[in-house]
Design a protein around this ligand. Sequence first.
Ligand code: NAD
Length: 235
Amino acid sequence: MKKKLVIFSGAGISAESGIPTFRDQNGIWETHRIEEVATPQAWASNPKLVLKFYNERRRKILKVNPNKAHLEIKKLEEFFEVVVITQNIDDLHERAGSKNVLHLHGEIFKMRSEKNSNLVYPTKNDIKVGQLAEDGEQLRPHIVWFFEEVPMMEKAIEIVKQCDYFVVIGSSLVVYPAASLISYVPQNALKFIIDPQIPNHGDKDIFVIQKPATEGIIELATKLKKLMTKLSLLK
Ligand code: NAD
């Protein structure tokens, strides 16, 4: 049976595809304030601005492609049972072919009724004020905003609790509750972190790969494959 590998990705994995992260220099929050575009309060007071922000994100993401890191993660499915738990709203893991992707913070190519979170629709186009769901309510981006519940969190915790390997790629680990997932990794599982600027993680037992995602993922794959060979020789 294949070992279970969880990839926990953040904005950094898509940086080399040309999507800015949130907190780096030139990151999205350099040009937009969180409160103005990514909170329920922002939606209530200025839906037009919120839609403009996400419409721009969608158009941009449509133009970029998965990078080597997304593609290498797909390839790891040959050796491991891989689940990608991503904080990203882009679809680059899916476009790279990853089979099991769980989006903690929603998906840019989906929209939903503002009153009924079960009425979800695919979209590649802009969402407009006045565009309604079938319940007659305004459509909003299918994004989990700051101060909103993270509905996929429970499912993510269950997956993490079962893993043999846990890999953080490109996350500053400051957005909660997502960042708390690392605390659910079983004690005997191996943990890795890939990031050119390793964030504070408060974890002594984590293997650090201080590189951009596209380089770090190759190092990780080599390490994991060596480990697998060793383990099979021990049997
Ligand atoms: P973040 O911006 O807080 O942190 C990004 C991390 O990526 C940093 O630690 C940084 O050092 C690292 N990084 C930068 N370049 C990298 C590279 N080439 N390779 C690997 N790592 C690199 O992002 P976060 O932790 O994901 O947190 C917050 C929120 O950002 C999430 O809720 C997510 O929804 C949102 N977000 C998503 C996207 C996207 O969908 N692509 C883009 C921006 C922000």
